[in-house]
Ligand binder design. Sequence first.
Ligand code: C5P
Length: 402
Amino acid sequence: MRGKTVLLIIGGGIAAYKSLELIRRLKERGAAVRVILTHAATQFVTPLSASSLAGEKVYQDLFSLTDESEMGHIQLSRSADLVVVAPATADLMAKLAGGHANDLASTTLLATDKRVLMAPAMNVRMWNHPANQRNLRTLKAEGVLFVGPNEGDMACGEFGPGRMAEPDEITDAVASYFNTDEHALDGLKALVTAGPTQEPLDPVRFIANRSSGKQGYAIAGALARAGASTVLVSGPVEIEPPSGVRLLKVTTAREMLAACEASLPADVAVCTAAVADWRPEIAANNKIKKEKDAAAPTLRLVENPDILATLARHPQRPHLLIGFAAETESVVEHAAAKRLRKGCDWIVANDVSPHTGIMGGDRNTVHLITAKGTESWPELAKAEVGERLAARIAQSLKGQAA
Ligand code: C5P
């Protein structure tokens, strides 16, 4: 981040106090931070605190004669390398989605020629409100980047999605942005599978697994940010899709395979999904009843298609085909054998023993296994694994580093 300038717009929410910490984190990593406070933000944090931490004056007023003569709002909006909105309130999201420009923050967001990264924070009902979700979709489709919100206890006493991402997470997202060459994968098409599949027993019951989808979503987001036209085929997960991807939601392995085949041709495919190996032979049309004194029913399973192996043999095989291997022992040996067995080019292997906390967690330690050998990467945030992989993909497909 050294040499980069972040324009931080602090919106009016209780999470604004964390944005003071965010200023410190960004500065520690070498960025210059220029701050705009909305009028509502000044109810939660003072201009003096923000300016002391940023080490320069903060901007508040669209119609300030001194501000406008020193640095006009158009210039302010372009003077940064990235615009970060934290907390991004429902109001700020709505203003940008609707194209409003009636104060310094909204005018700056509309006038900027730089990327915008939003860290939303609001009450869970506000977050889930159809109007807010509509604005979220609009902003994502227009290339606004998002970090969070997280799920948890809220200042208002409720629980759910709406807590602002922590300052460290936002700082990591900013670092990710600066680490990505936005044109490294221009003109290329990527396909990513993610999440679990659900295999129905009857209309209300299914077999599934604990995959959170986080790693696959991070990879799809990184590929899209690097310029690839990215299709994300996802089983049922609780997380938000990244900006700039085309999301195809599926439930079963067979649906996932059909969605993948329909998305070919692709230059690169990354299969991170935890596809159920087996499905119930029969999915009953009606709920299976518990009959009095009857023996428990026997589950007969049949094998699901292997999506990675099918893509490997496909007439439209992606040029670069990457699988994942979740192992609990002899990780590299098992993964190397899997690369050959499945017919893919690379395998990203990780140890998912319960003590690692990788399943559902935010960090990952992986080994990249190619025909040339094994690269062991340090422990990284899942977002960073996504970026590194996107960079390696760019290197391989375009002969350049991302
Ligand atoms: O065989 P195993 O499940 O360990 O292989 C893992 C790799 O294969 C992952 O890349 C996963 O996405 C993919 N896979 C698949 N379809 C299946 C099973 C696994 O694409 N039915």
